[in-house]
Design a protein around this ligand. Structure first.
Ligand SMILES: Cc1ncc(COP(=O)(O)O)c(C=O)c1O
Length: 395
């Protein structure tokens, strides 16, 4: 028997991504599909490229969305920039630094790890010491916004240190783009990848990337061909490169790209600075409410991401039961801890279209009600007021 049509349940997505997709983006994705070499579509691709340059704050000509999720953007950066036998310094302070290491190994290169505790930023001094001890390293890779912990690393300083040691820089901006400043040119990032499903208010499935001239020179100078056919920049540019003449490489996800076009239009209409300020404002209110309830955030204040809030689970509280009640009773998704933080934290996302006052207040009220029902040791009746007081405080 044919199954009935799939109608997804109504959810408020306050986990680590995907976040709520804006209705304008969903409407754009529902428009009629055209051919991926249609001249009108190619014009739209050019607009996506220039809007991505604006979002990444870069003039890099090689700025485009990879037709696959953030993990493919990560892999695209590594397979193009790393050759067998290279030495790559990888900073790890959570799950995604670990995936970077795995990419380096699979490229036949040697990772040199700079390890920091989960929930802390990457320590610039450790990177400096590691680069001194490994003068033959060719690349430094780090995650700007570690979604597994909510820690934000000082990308500008890490880039400067890498540059002092003549290394290219590869940065993960999956969770940072659109939520906090990402200044690709000013910081000197050579390769960066992001995701559409976090602070861009877009559906999952695409990964914007950008490569500097320095990075492209390294790609051109490779001895070994890029081992991935699909992600080889030399081939991808035949389709995404400039000018009206485009060669077939793969069938672009046409409707997903309509969505990204609309999401980028929305980001630029709002303005980058305003989007960053919005994420900060709602984070401040959420934090005020959580702390009033007696809950604590894992990451020290100076290293916190506004868009991903890792909250310690109070002793004796059943992680899974709370998340299940939130989902079933309120249609509210928050994230579980990953890796070393599994069972120890909840991850509350305030990303993109999710990052709004009514969601902050809804989340606080729902969490308070569920925790009270489970007799968790929290302060009752204060969280929403604390958040409202934060909203009234001068910016
Ligand atoms: C920091 C970071 N890097 C990479 C990824 C992988 O992205 P995707 O799940 O879209 O493949 C994620 C996804 O959550 C992420 O948060």
């Amino acid at each position: 028997m044919t199954p009935p049509p799939f109608h997804p349940p109504q959810r408020t997505l306050m986990g680590p991504g995907p976040s709520d997709v804006h209705p304008r983006v969903l409407a754009a994705m529902g428009r009629p599909t055209v051919g991926h070499l249609d001249p009108r579509f190619i014009d739209m691709m050019d607009e996506i490229k220039s809007m991505l340059q604006a979002a990444f704050l870069t003039d890099n000509a090689m700025t485009l969305p990879v037709s696959a999720p953030g993990s493919a953007g990560m892999e695209c950066c590594f397979v193009n920039l790393v050759q067998p036998g290279d030495k790559v310094v990888v900073c790890q302070n959570g799950v995604f630094g670990g995936r970077m290491k795995e990419n380096v190994v699979r490229c036949g290169a040697t990772p040199v790890m700079v390890e920091d505790p989960w929930g802390r930023a990457v320590d610039p001094d450790k990177l400096r010491d590691t680069l001194k001890a490994h003068p033959d390293a060719r690349l430094v890779a780090f995650v700007h916004a570690e979604t597994s912990t909510g820690a934000r690393s000082d990308a500008e300083t890490l880039c400067a240190i890498a540059r002092e040691h003549d290394c290219l820089v590869l940065m993960d901006a999956v969770t940072s783009l659109g939520g906090i400043p990402v200044r690709v040119d000013a910081w000197g990032v050579d390769a960066v990848y992001a995701g559409t499903q976090k602070c861009l208010s877009c559906a999952p499935g695409l990964s914007p990337v950008s490569f500097s001239e320095r990075a492209l020179a390294r790609v051109r100078g490779r001895q070994a061909p890029v081992q991935s056919w699909f992600l080889d920049l030399n081939l991808v540019t035949g389709y995404w490169g400039g000018g009206a003449k485009r060669a077939y490489h793969h069938t672009a996800p046409v409707n997903a790209l309509y969505g990204l076009h609309e999401a980028l239009r929305m980001l630029l209409e709002e303005g980058l600075e305003a989007a960053w300020a919005r994420h900060r404002r709602h984070h401040d209110a959420l934090r005020a409410g959580l702390e009033a309830m007696g809950l604590t955030l894992v990451v020290p204040e100076a290293e916190r991401l506004p868009q991903l809030n890792a909250v310690s689970i109070p002793a004796g509280v059943d992680d899974g039961a709370v998340r299940a009640r939130l989902l079933e009773d309120y249609g509210l998704e928050i994230g579980a801890g990953l890796g070393a933080l599994a069972g120890k934290v909840w991850r509350i996302g305030l990303m993109g279209n999710t990052c709004r006052r009514r969601n902050v207040l809804f989340c606080l009220a729902a969490l308070e009600s569920v925790l009270s029902g489970l007799r968790a040791p929290i302060q009752r009746g204060v969280a929403v007021d604390a958040a409202m007081a934060a909203y009234r405080a001068p910016a």
